[in-house]
Design a protein around this ligand. Structure first.
Ligand code: MN
Length: 424
């Protein structure tokens, strides 16, 4: 299938800087508010947010037969529920309107300020109403590192790991959009050398470098989505910081898994980059040995080459990049995760968020959490201001960034950031 909007030769009449996350080949979807409008569906190009309601209201989408009120909603759910053919046609139409030789919108100078707003002048909101959130554990380097640290280097991966895309059900209520700061969680923890647990602010607060994908089509109870059908159910991807309290986790996770160590906050980026826009950056997956069950087999290149980085910025200080990883290090693909999630008949809904799990690469500079970077706190990381971190300090801001780049096009996700405030 050829996606016209992905054509690397396209240029826009809107100025786009060379290293922008938002060239005409991206056109992600989000929700913005400003002093004039509350909750409008938007896209992005260069440094601008594009108000899609204003475009619809002026008849620019009339060939698409979309109800303009779909763009005047607090979340993207109703729009993406129309399905891939509708959202693909919308992205194609937007691409046409922004393309250099097209005069329709370019010639309409009076409407520019109503439609195009500097990104810096608006507030980007949580893009989807997340009904259910599931987090996987699909990076082989991450799972190996954690298994090595907390169990046994010789048997770092649990026996199930190469058979099952391991995951758990997370909590949707505390998923926040980038820029929402939160307080250090409190809870029970038991240091290894202590007899009994203590209670107080968590001491080992960590980030998890993840991406997420947003479900764009609901399935019915009893139905299983195959790896082949999966892409039709995945609307797009976001950056995702799945904050974790490691000390609370170590004490509570037996025998049912993570609970309060994970459910206090997760930060999501405001832009959903469509799976369509990511197609040119698909790349080969891991050779999976032992062979997976037939329901987990897939065809073609299903990993995605997304360069990822994490920066820590101390209060009033300069940021330091502490990790550079890549989504292509995922052992289990999104399609396999979704096939596994629904193989038992579990239904998914539009707006559900699936987290990748921490994405680490093989090199020490590619580890996607402080737990790994500081190797359980034994190797502090030096920041540019001379201070050291084993985990995240109060008033540190953690920033995730991600982008795809080949010889022709660079498309990005923007930022996913939040500041850790002291415990209440
Ligand atoms: Mn996680």
């Amino acid at each position: 299938m050829i996606i016209k909007a992905n054509n690397p030769a396209l240029t826009s009449w809107i100025d786009v800087e060379k290293n922008s996350d938002f060239p005409i080949q991206n056109l992600p979807f989000g929700i913005y508010s400003d002093s004039i409008n509350q909750h409008r569906v938007c896209s992005a190009i260069g440094n601008y947010v594009i108000d899609l309601y204003e475009l619809a209201d002026r008849g620019y989408f009339k060939t698409l037969t979309l109800n303009k009120e779909l763009f005047n909603r607090p979340y993207l759910n109703d729009l993406i529920a129309l399905g891939k053919s509708a959202t693909r046609a919308l992205r194609e139409r937007l691409s046409d309107l922004l393309e250099s030789t097209n005069q329709e919108l370019q010639g309409d100078k009076k409407t520019f300020d109503a439609i195009f707003k500097p990104q810096s002048s608006v507030q980007l909101m949580l893009p989807v109403k997340v009904g259910d959130y599931t987090d996987f554990y699909s990076s082989i380097d991450h799972a190996t590192n954690i298994g090595t640290m907390i169990r046994d280097p010789k048997n770092a991966l649990m026996p199930n790991w190469k058979y099952i895309p391991v995951g758990y059900h997370g909590r949707a209520s505390s998923i926040m959009v980038s820029g929402s700061n939160f307080h250090r969680p409190k809870g029970q923890m038991k240091p290894a050398d202590a007899e009994v647990p203590t209670f107080g602010p968590c001491k080992l607060l960590d980030f998890e470098l993840e991406t997420g994908y947003i479900i764009g089509k609901s399935s019915s109870p009893g139905q299983s989505i195959s790896t082949e059908q999966a892409d039709d159910y995945i609307f797009g991807m976001v950056l995702f910081n799945d904050w974790s309290a490691r000390d609370i986790q170590t004490w509570e996770y037996v025998p049912l898994g993570p609970f309060l160590s994970k459910n206090f906050a997760s930060t999501v980026s405001p832009w959903v980059v469509t799976l369509d826009a990511l197609e040119p950056f698909r790349t080969e997956g891991y050779v999976q040995e032992p062979k997976v069950f037939p329901y987990l087999e897939y065809k073609g290149n299903k990993n995605v080459d997304i360069k990822l980085e994490v920066a820590i910025q101390p209060e009033n200080g300069e940021e330091t990049i502490v990790c550079r990883s890549n989504y292509k290090y995922m052992y289990w693909t999104m399609e396999q995760q979704l096939a596994h999630h629904t193989v038992n008949g579990c239904n998914v809904n539009v707006g559900d968020l699936m987290g990748s799990g921490t994405i680490s690469g093989p090199d020490v500079s590619e580890y996607g959490s402080m737990m790994e970077l500081s190797w359980k706190g034994t190797k502090p990381i030096k920041l540019k201001d001379g201070s050291e971190r084993k985990f995240i300090n109060d008033n540190d801001t953690v920033i995730l960034r991600g982008y795809c780049k080949n010889n022709e096009v660079r498309i990005g996700f923007g930022e996913c950031k939040a500041k850790l405030l002291p415990a209440l």
